[in-house]
Design a protein around this ligand. Structure first.
Ligand SMILES: *Cc1c(COP(=O)(O)O)cnc(C)c1O
Length: 455
């Protein structure tokens, strides 16, 4: 390691960002507004405030303020697990024999195991400040629910989590982490909500979906006094909070004169990717620098690469506002053999707009090749990555191999969003050689898209 760049770059406390960055402020074409499904008109602050905390509703609607100060209490909490290190992947570079320089921002250094805590603590803070009793949410594999439980415990808020039933049953460990932090966890669909009962009647024996759990969580929030709904991805407010990832990364890059050529992130609802690229995208939008951005999604849930840019429901029960996004249709559920996460049917409106303008590229990868990359990374770099994060690893390795072929010394940066300790059932499938790839047919996607709302 003769290079001057340390293996791990940690910023000093005095160098940490004090504000979040809102990329919408620098976008010429703003992301399309959320619409009220009943009127077809943009959601107002008052309407949004029925579902979300007031301050978060304001952030959701704010397309103009570039920097929003991070409240002191949140900065204090961030100190428990931030800064996250920017790691120079020397071992990976050497193993690949690539002339490329590879960096990753590691967000797995907290008990929830992912970047989701960055937004969970912000959302819990604003709920507490508003004097609420608690919040409701959905969780799929459980990372978001875990992060939110930790944040709610810190601020002494009640936390009701609707967990997709198949995960509730198959991932007892995350469920128990949530309960340890004090959350009430209900398998979804459940008979505790009207929408849950309807879905159970229509699809008896269903193992649930994220879209369905969202509907239940929203209903639980609006039907309980003193509760609001919070969401861990997709929303513009979540990208705003997650900009802490990109701001720290950019500060570390600037300090060591690192100039990334390619910035890569996995994309489920778009929060980590949006957070990582936001400040860099800001520079690109202002004409100060150029970068290639790559969103990586599963071939079994390809919203950017095969979806349609249209208004759609954010949830199965169609109780949420409509969002314009790249979507596979709100009824789309990835094949049951899909084990790698990133299963949401739509994509952040901010990222959808940037992608539509050609400012971001997207590619989809098959899960066996994702787990191959995960295993390789674990063996050479030491860290056991989350399957979601491994989509980005796959693309970073592919880019680095291209550099080996062409002799280009590119600088590749990717987001390593979390650890895979709770994903060992998926790893087990891969290790046993029983994991396979499923790519939805054009017909299946067209069928799902036929149910887009007519405006
Ligand atoms: C939730 C999650 C993702 C995907 O969500 P985004 O909103 O697209 O970032 C990626 N990685 C990990 C570890 C996650 O928990």
């Amino acid at each position: 390691m003769e290079n001057k760049i340390p293996y791990k770059i940690y910023l000093e406390e005095s160098e940490l960002p004090k504000s979040w960055y809102n990329v919408r402020a620098d976008m010429k074409t703003k992301p399309a507004p959320l619409l009220n499904p009943a009127t077809g008109k943009p959601m107002t602050l008052d309407e949004l405030s029925v579902v979300f905390c007031k301050e978060l509703a304001k952030q959701e609607l704010d397309n103009d303020t570039a920097y929003i100060a991070i409240p002191e209490e949140i900065l204090d909490f961030y100190k428990m697990y931030r800064p996250a290190p920017l790691v120079r992947a020397y071992f990976l570079e050497k193993a690949l024999g690539t002339p490329a320089k590879i960096y990753y921002k590691f967000e797995g250094n907290n008990t929830s195991g992912s970047h989701k805590l960055n937004s969970a603590i912000a959302q819990a803070y604003y709920a507490k400040k508003q004097g609420l009793k608690g919040v409701t949410t959905e969780t799929g594999a459980g990372q978001w629910g875990t992060a939110l439980s930790m944040a709610c415990a810190y601020f002494d808020l009640d936390c009701k989590v609707y967990m997709v039933k198949v995960s509730y049953e198959q991932k007892p460990f995350r469920r128990e982490v949530m309960r340890t932090y004090g959350a009430a966890v209900t398998p979804s669909p459940s008979d505790t909500t009207k929408v849950g009962r309807e879905i159970l009647e229509k699809f008896p024996g269903t193992t649930g979906s994220l879209g369905c759990a969202i509907s239940e969580a929203v209903e639980a929030a609006v039907s309980h006094e003193g509760y609001r709904y919070v969401l861990g991805s997709v929303l513009s407010q979540v990208l705003l909070h997650q900009s802490i990832i990109g701001l720290e990364t950019m500060a570390a890059c600037d300090k060591y004169d690192i100039k990334p050529d390619v910035i890569i992130g996995c994309a489920g609802g778009g929060s980590n990717l949006g957070g990582l690229i936001s400040p860099f995208m800001g520079r690109k939008l202002r004409g100060e620098a150029d970068y290639k951005f790559i969103a990586v999604e599963p071939a079994s849930c390809p919203s950017l690469t095969r979806g349609k840019y249209a208004y759609d429901f954010c949830d199965t029960g169609m109780v949420c506002p409509l969002a314009k996004m790249y979507t596979l249709g709100s009824g789309f559920i990835p094949s049951p053999n899909h084990a790698g996460g990133l299963r949401y049917h739509g994509m952040s409106s901010v990222l959808s707009e940037l992608y539509d303008e050609g400012l971001i590229e997207a590619r989809s990868v098959e899960q066996t090749s994702v787990f191959e990359a995960a295993q390789y990374f674990a063996r050479v770099e030491g860290t056991l990555p989350a399957p979601e994060s491994s989509h980005a690893i796959r693309a970073a390795i592919d880019e680095a191999i291209k550099c080996k072929e062409t002799g280009e010394e590119k600088t590749i940066l990717f987001g390593l969003t979390g650890t895979g300790y709770f994903d060992m059932v998926a790893y087990q499938k891969f290790n046993d050689g029983v994991m396979n790839d499923y790519i939805p047919t054009d017909d299946e996607i067209a069928k799902s898209l036929a149910n887009l709302p007519k405006l």
